[in-house]
Design a binder for this molecule. Structure first.
Ligand SMILES: [Zn+2]
Length: 335
């Protein structure tokens, strides 16, 4: 990506092993993320450009001498962060905060160098022709992110839930909340084809209105008080304002949309006065993949339904355009 709206496909040198803990993975599927649209709108134009993409599944081609848990030929899922899975934060399950970790940024490509391969890569017992590939790819980001929103908000059978945002993360936050037992799940989104999928994933109520009108609608659906938990899956300030408008006193807001602001109201009239907890962050926690993978393999959940368009690498620039124009919900890339 060279600047707003400027995505080009280029030949670059193949990645190579650089550390004994590295693996090289041939990408079988990658995709375009809603968060990729933030730089697509606002990155400063640059002559060098930035490689893009942080979601991929693929086949291990080569491993460094210190790698022992994966080998050439293994089919693997890579979360959007890499980590050693052994440091003190990883041992607490907070792998996105690994002391030796980082985030992928070159996955819209034919191959990726994976640092900390033992900690990062999760093997999946499937072939490259598996019908499960789209659902497995959601374990790289959008499903584990939606799940992270639900887990950090404390969603369970006794909590009511509002999900803000009908992008892939919002829809999979609905699926995650349903999976954790929530009985009332209000989805705020205004694209009917998307909210229809949200309904299929478990949303019990749909609210298309935004701002004050949307807040009033959610309150009306919840006895006037809002929901115990709010999963904010957008990242822009109006979504945060909606979040504190619909959260019930004593409730929790979890934000997993990458915030496009540094300052936000948290005082008497918004969070403090009503004892609201604010949580959330990047959700590439390895334990989530291990927990959710069996449900995908056994077909209990079908998160891959969020993909509604497939392109080759040459089609990636148009994939960005289509997602930005809301013509496509989420674009799968098949290199
Ligand atoms: Zn670590």
């Amino acid at each position: 990506m060279y600047g707003p709206g400027d995505v080009r496909v280029e030949n670059v040198p193949d990645p190579t092993l650089q550390q004994p803990t590295d693996a090289l993975v041939r990408v079988v599927r990658s995709c375009v993320c809603g968060s990729d649209l933030h730089p697509y709108h606002s990155m400063p134009a640059s002559a060098e450009g930035s490689p893009m993409g942080h979601e991929f599944i693929g086949v291990v081609e080569e491993t460094g001498s210190a790698v022992s848990t994966v080998k050439a030929g293994d089919f693997v899922i890579a979360p959007f962060a890499f980590f050693d899975n052994t440091c003190e934060f990883c041992r607490e399950g907070m792998t996105t905060n690994c002391l030796h970790g980082g985030f992928f940024s070159t996955a819209q490509a034919e191959a990726v160098r994976v640092p900390q391969a033992d900690g990062t890569l999760v093997k999946a017992p499937v072939g490259e022709d598996s019908a499960l590939l789209p659902s497995l790819l959601t374990l790289s980001d959008v499903l584990i992110t939606g799940h992270h929103a639900a887990v950090t908000a404390g969603v369970n059978a006794r909590t009511t839930v509002t999900v803000i945002g009908d992008g892939a993360v919002g829809l999979l936050a609905v699926l995650a909340a349903k999976r954790l037992g929530a009985e009332q799940i209000v989805l705020m989104g205004r694209h009917k084809d998307r909210t229809d999928l949200g309904r299929e994933f478990g949303a019990t109520d749909l609210v298309a209105e935004r701002g004050e009108e949307g807040i009033a609608k959610v309150r009306e659906l919840t006895g006037g008080h809002g929901t115990h938990t709010v999963l904010e899956c957008v990242g822009h300030m109006p979504a945060y304002e909606q979040a504190f408008g619909v959260v019930r006193a004593g409730g929790v807001i979890s934000r997993v949309g990458v915030p496009q602001y540094e300052e936000a109201p948290v005082g008497m009239g918004t969070l403090w006065g009503r004892n609201i907890t604010l949580t959330g962050g990047p959700g590439a926690q390895r334990p989530y993949i291990e927990e959710l993978l069996p449900d995908v393999l056994e077909g209990h959940i079908e998160p891959g339904k969020v993909f509604d368009r497939t392109v080759g690498l040459d089609g990636v620039p148009d994939g960005y355009r289509a997602m930005d124009a809301r013509e496509a919900l989420k674009v799968l890339v098949q290199p």
